[in-house]
Design a binder for this molecule. Sequence first.
Ligand code: CA2
Length: 142
Amino acid sequence: MKILIIDGPNLNLLGKREPEIYGSQTTADMLAEVRAAVGGRAEVEYFQSNHEGEIIDRLHAAGYADADIAGIVLNAGAYTHTSLAIADAIAAIPLPVVEVHITNVHARPETIRHTSLISPVCRGVIAGFGLRSYTLAALSLL
Ligand code: CA2
């Protein structure tokens, strides 16, 4: 059984830019924490893209081509707030998707971050716990 983590745009910069908002830990640190928490219960696969269509293609493949994926942890980045296309892709696949955010998007000053187009089609939402949000999401899928 596999859990797939998908990161959207700019999340490749984690730990390298804006540490005051996103912390100084890297994606490798996040994956190590998730894998340690999940233990032998699931394999954890990671995919990051800055391109909306690639994220949609990965969701489709997880839902219809990769037989062993049990659920998806998705940080769609800023596409969370803008992408009806990603929302449609989530709705179109028969897998639970947990929406995650590093920051508490509702506490951020830009009001557009208070709206998520993907929340209504996700199984649940975890936001505001730093990189631990990913671990909490993976454990919720288990
Ligand atoms: O809090 C989150 O996880 C977000 O999904 C992060 C997105 C933001 O647009 C959402 O509103 C909330 C931005 C990701 C940018 O990631 C960076 C990481 C390090 C340095 C610069 C950007």
